[in-house]
Design a protein around this ligand. Structure first.
Ligand code: SME
Length: 274
């Protein structure tokens, strides 16, 4: 388990450092790499298995660990991984064996981790999610797709993020319009600035964390199940308020400073796309 955590946090740190350092060509190459693994004619699962097999033949332990994590996320079974390992071994030969040993160990650790409650702390969970987000935050795609993918990842990975969506500012700069989201359909497709938690965030331009929505008088209810809400503003390159990330939870008081920091990191990373 420690192996996995170490790998995830080191990769995250080094990727950040590399992308800060990188010029256009390196960034383009990174984008190309990410695009290649997006579902196409071949689905995500097959692509990750191909990436894994190639990485084993080329004997890159970091790449192997990464693809094992992605294979796991894509739902690859033990039996399927065993067949991928055997192809890599037959193609690469006995020189693959030391890497195969480490791959087996890493895969088993992933399995143990997924059986238990995956991560003990939010720090670990958010670092893990950042690996998936890193792709979405850097690869080339349209704004709607990017926002939708962020919503998908957040709602899938964080069990107390029960409604995740973006509101975008209308040209009049007085109204928010519902953008991509995951969760129950909401009647609040347009919200005037100042109304509800979302509308108030549009006015203050500050993250609004509401531990218990029943304590708020200026609140627009989306669902009776919603107990708490957090809304984080998004700014463009000129620091103008352009959108917000809205998350509802069915738990009371589920969000803390770590959620706030994590979500602000995501919104900050979106700056260049508006
Ligand atoms: N509760 C929000 C409205 C949006 S829904 O949560 C999706 C608010 O008070 O602004």
């Amino acid at each position: 388990m420690e192996n996995i955590k170490r790998f995830i946090s080191e990769r995250e740190e080094l990727n950040k450092q590399t992308l800060d350092f990188a010029g256009k060509n390196i960034k383009r190459f990174f984008n190309l790499d990410m695009n290649c693994y997006k579902a196409g004619v071949l689905d995500k699962k097959i692509k990750e298995m191909l990436g894994l097999s190639s990485s084993m033949v080329l004997r890159c332990d970091d790449c192997i660990s990464y693809h094992l994590l992605e294979c796991h996320k894509a739902g690859v079974s033990n039996e399927e991984i065993e067949e991928v390992f055997s192809i890599a071994l037959i193609v690469g030969g006995s020189i693959v064996i030391p890497h195969l040993r480490r791959a087996v160990k890493f895969w088993e650790e992933i399995n143990i981790m997924s059986q238990k409650d995956k991560f003990k702390t939010k720090t670990e969970l958010f670092s893990y999610i950042k690996i998936s987000l890193e792709k979405v935050l850097s690869e080339e795609m349209g704004l709607t797709d990017r926002l939708q993918m962020i919503c998908d990842i957040l709602s899938q990975e964080v069990k107390y993020y029960n409604w995740v969506g973006f509101y975008l500012t209308k040209d009049d700069k007085q109204t928010l319009v519902l953008g991509p989201y995951v969760g129950d359909e909401t009647e609040h497709k347009e919200i005037p600035f100042g109304k509800g938690i979302c509308g108030q965030t549009a006015v203050t331009n500050q993250t609004f964390l509401v531990p218990d929505v029943s304590m708020q008088s200026n609140y627009l209810s989306c669902s009776l199940n919603t107990k708490a809400e957090i809304v984080v503003p998004v700014f463009n390159k000129n620091n103008e308020f352009v959108a917000e990330l809205d998350i509802d939870s069915h738990e009371i008081n589920p969000f803390n400073q770590e959620d706030k920091d994590f979500l602000e990191y995501i919104c900050e990373s979106l700056k260049s796309y508006f």
